[in-house]
Design a protein around this ligand. Structure first.
Ligand code: SF4
Ligand code: SF4
Length: 472
């Protein structure tokens, strides 16, 4: 694509990067068929190619974002399916990130949207605040539900921003997701950090190294069983584990809040560096693939920061999804022999594996989780239309609830068609999104692998033990 940026514009590193990306697009449109919003809405402006034109026009002409452009940018899930499909290597992720920052800086959103976005940015990255908000949400649920039902979403704005109806739809979505999250409270033994009574787990293999494990923000509240299972898996595999607390910044980054995102990322970098000075770290392990995609991009985010660019690039290179790392070290349930602690066997259980967008498109990791599950004895089933997003996408399901709900219901129906007994995935957002509508239990892949080698049965499966074959 031809561009017309001036030399003065290209002196700005952000514009220079976007210009390089724009120049790679050859308008072929291969990306459109894989774009969830184009599939649902059929509007070229809600396709990757259409958005690329809108972004080019805005940036090249130094135009503030307008009412005509912002809804199309907002409707993008940042699922990155278009990057997987693109034959020209267009780095859409960096382009849409730049566009979101431009929108945030040049566009004044309606008050309701500003309030909603500010609330999300002020609550979600902070575990204590999120916990308090969930408790408050449980108390206020009947009142909010009544208010929301009096403000139905206006069909004309169904895919738009936060009108009164859109705001109500966002509140309804929050309640639904909060209810799904509350139902997932793990039993104490599932949430414990290290092997203890009843989890024989086999003797850990000889000490092989030391890894840092990101605790994250929302996941530590919404799905703490995953973190505990990951610690047990890594320790049994012979690794000392140091926990790194805090948000990686992805949530606010995707809201276009560049400064907030950079502040979170800087804190994570500093914490990991502090640990690295105490002792070598072989890998930075992430259990939420949305965060993993963001950490792997720190090298890009800090590229113009003379003080941190090198450290950030090195950290990105050391970042691994938990399944990527286990696959890399040759994990199998047999290499961490365990005495069975659960009365039910996982052997032969059918699992529909939902590959999160941040896993398959953001990190290009698709085979490793499936292979690990198969090695552990599960029967992995493919979900039709596996490349399509489930609608979670960070805060998307709260900001664009109508589209998110359509995508979720489409995914749940595809899962149902597999006939599997449960769903496995590697991202907390997808877990909560699918659990809010699926009859099947939705479990993090790490919890299943942990169970397969002696950890407790995942808490969400315990209510369904009649579905699982008893151990002989
Ligand atoms: S990131 Fe996803 S929603 Fe956005 S343009 Fe690409 S495919 Fe479409
Ligand atoms: S597939 Fe790539 S090159 Fe083709 S229109 Fe989409 S972004 Fe542009």
């Amino acid at each position: 694509m031809q561009t017309g940026f001036t030399p003065a514009q290209l002196a700005d590193p952000e514009l220079a990067t976007s210009e390089q990306i724009l120049r790679k697009c050859v308008h072929c449109g291969f990306c459109t068929a894989t774009c969830p919003t184009y599939v649902l809405l059929g509007d070229e402006l809600d396709s990757p190619r259409g958005r690329i034109y809108l972004i080019k026009d805005m940036l090249e002409n130094a135009r503030p974002a307008t009412d005509a452009v912002v809804p199309h940018i907002d409707r993008c899930l940042s699922c990155l399916a278009c990057m997987t499909a693109c034959p020209s290597g267009v780095h859409y992720q960096h382009l849409i990130d730049h566009a979101r920052v431009h929108v945030e800086r040049t566009y004044r959103r309606p008050l309701r949207e500003r309030v909603l976005r500010a609330l999300l940015a002020a609550i979600l990255p902070y575990p204590r605040r999120l916990r308090a908000a969930l408790s408050l949400g449980a108390l206020a649920r009947p009142l909010v539900r009544r208010w929301a039902s009096n403000h139905p979403a206006h069909p004309a704005r169904a895919a738009g921003g936060a009108s009164a109806g859109g705001f109500a739809a966002s509140l309804r979505a929050m309640l639904q997701l909060a209810a799904a999250a509350t139902r997932r409270e793990p039993a104490p033994e599932a949430a414990r950090r290290a092997p203890a009574d009843g989890d024989e787990g086999g003797a850990p293999l000889g000490r092989r190294g030391r890894v840092a494990l990101l605790s994250g923000c929302a996941q530590s509240v919404l799905d703490s069983g995953t973190q505990a299972a990951s610690v047990r898996l890594l320790e049994r595999a012979g690794f000392d584990v140091v926990a790194i607390d805090g948000c990686c910044g992805a949530l606010v980054h995707h809201l276009g809040r560049a400064a907030d995102g950079a502040a979170f990322a800087t804190r994570i970098l500093e914490r990991i560096e502090a640990e690295r000075r105490r002792g070598a770290i072989d890998a930075v392990i992430v259990t939420a693939s949305g965060c993993g995609t963001h950490l792997k991009d720190y090298g890009h985010l800090f590229r113009t920061d003379a003080q941190r660019a090198g450290v950030a690039a090195a950290m990105s290179a050391r970042t691994r999804d938990i399944t990527e790392w286990l696959h890399e070290i040759g994990w199998s349930a047999a290499t961490a022999p365990a005495r069975a602690t659960s009365a039910w066997t996982h052997q032969g259980l059918s699992v529909a594996y939902h590959s999160a967008c941040s896993m398959q498109h953001g990190q290009q990791l698709d085979r490793a989780p499936r292979e690990l599950l198969e090695r552990a004895g599960f029967e992995v089933r493919e979900i039709p239309e596996g490349q399509l997003c489930c609608g979670s996408a960070g805060t998307y399901n709260l900001l664009q609830p109508e589209i998110a709900t359509q995508l979720r219901d489409r995914k749940v129906e595809s899962i149902r068609r597999t006939g599997a007994r449960l769903v496995a995935t590697g991202n907390v957002g997808c877990i909560i999104q699918l659990a809010s509508a699926s009859e099947l239990p939705v479990v993090h892949t790490a919890e299943l692998l942990d169970w397969a080698c002696g950890g407790p049965m995942p808490a969400t499966l315990r209510a369904r033990t009649e579905w699982f074959p008893p151990r002989r």
